[in-house]
Design a protein around this ligand. Structure first.
Ligand SMILES: Nc1ncnc2c1ncn2[C@@H]1O[C@H](COP(=O)(O)OP(=O)(O)OP(=O)(O)O)[C@@H](O)[C@H]1O
Ligand SMILES: [Mg+2]
Length: 376
């Protein structure tokens, strides 16, 4: 057993179980008076102890999905399962699900200790056990001895840590977090991201996390479900979504991407060949949806594009371009280049010695390995 596994096993011994499996089966939610479904046929199978993030733009149904799992909204169709139990008939307080929300504020008139103890008292736990568990929860989030403070005496980051302690204090098997770091500044957010991840490793609780920050999703998640208009557009590991986006929406939502419009003219050894007006013939791995003559986009990440003379060996696309803007971002230069047909692409090059630069107005020949593009 690794150290992490034995730590988890010890924790499991104490609380009787680790994270639960969570399953959404064709779940829909239509709010009264709402035109479209806020959640529209979501199916999702989350393994015990997994960290899954719902990522999507405002209004895509992320919070509604969590609320149905927590029991504060009722699905209009479909079923949600926690382990082997369909939870439709289980009231919220019996679901054993912890929650941390951006605006799920602490009770201002209660001390930190009383805030954390609140869910335990609801469950009728004896006083000395409440005290012990509250202390353990504060240790867990790195704020030992804070029992007597009031929320207004804490920084934003400390308040969210206390909210986390309150969500974890009753050893829930599932933890829901809805934009828990949204109100914090970038540095603090990044630190708490790592802390939450470490806690997840330590406790083995199943976490469903909501954010619309793609960087946060990439850093934290075992898997990311990209939501759009109430549906899951794609689900997969961070690397998979980044490298193999199934749609233009996913490619544009996760990381920066170029899209070169063109028409499919044929297929060649698993590759789709497209003609991009004014640019020429380009090749990229194709997937099921692409038919001859269909209008598609070739998507390629800015960091994959290099000067053509830097391409080594592997099969590549090359294009002529004129640099129209140069921006220094710190660790890299970001160039925008105009292509023959008027389309533009962005490329990023590391800022270090040995990496060639170019300037505005330069005419350059650019390229990327065929395998680094994708037709969507
Ligand atoms: N209580 C409600 N009554 C009616 N419509 C609602 C209600 N809550 C949400 N909606 C609608 O359902 C859709 C999904 O909302 P939801 O809050 O789940 O989105 P979200 O992905 O969490 O967005 P955000 O990133 O802005 O928090 C939206 O169109 C919203 O207007
Ligand atoms: Mg929301």
């Amino acid at each position: 057993m690794t150290a992490k596994q034995s730590e988890r096993a010890a924790h499991a011994d104490r609380i009787g179980a680790l994270g639960a499996r969570v399953r959404f089966d064709q779940v829909e939610k239509q709010y009264p008076g709402g035109a479209a479904n806020a959640v529209d046929g979501v199916s999702l199978d989350i393994a015990p102890g997994e960290f899954v993030t719902l990522l999507g733009p405002s209004g895509s149904g992320k919070t509604t999905t969590l609320m149905m799992l927590a029991g504060f909204e009722t699905p209009t169709a479909g079923e949600i399962w926690v382990d082997d139990q369909a939870i439709a008939a289980v009231p919220p307080w019996r679901r054993n699900i912890g929650m941390v929300f951006q605006n799920y504020a602490l009770f201002p008139h209660m001390t930190v200790g009383e805030n954390i103890a609140f869910p335990l008292k609801l469950r009728g736990m004896p006083r000395d056990e409440v005290t012990r568990r509250t202390r353990e929860a504060l240790d867990l989030v790195g704020l030992p001895g804070y029992e007597g403070r009031y929320p207004r005496q804490l920084s934003g980051g400390q308040q969210q840590r206390i909210a986390l302690a309150r969500a974890l204090v009753f050893n829930p098997r599932v933890l829901l977090m809805d934009e828990p770091l949204g109100a914090l500044d970038k540095q603090l957010r990044e630190r708490l991201q790592l802390e939450i991840k470490a806690l997840h490793d330590q406790l083995g609780v199943t976490i469903i996390y909501v954010t619309h920050d793609q960087q946060e999703a990439l850093v934290m998640s075992d898997r990311i479900a990209v939501m759009n208009l109430g549906q899951i557009e794609q689900i997969g590991g961070p690397g998979e979504l980044y490298d193999e986006p199934a749609s233009r929406f996913v490619a544009s939502f996760i990381g920066e991407s170029n899209f070169l419009d063109g028409r499919v003219t044929g297929f060649d050894d698993g590759l789709g060949v497209i003609e991009a007006p004014g640019v020429g013939m380009l090749r990229a791995p194709a997937h099921g949806g692409c038919a001859i003559n269909s209008e598609v986009a070739l998507t390629v990440r800015p960091e994959k594009i290099v000067f053509a003379d830097e391409l080594n060996g592997a099969s590549a696309n090359t294009i002529d371009a004129e640099i129209v803007t140069v921006i220094f971002v710190g660790e890299m230069h970001r160039y925008e280049a105009r292509l023959g047909g008027g389309q533009t692409i962005v490329l990023k090059r590391q800022h270090r010695s040995g990496v060639g630069r170019c300037g505005r107005g330069d005419r350059v020949r650019l390229g990327w390995h065929v395998a680094d593009g994708r037709l969507v």
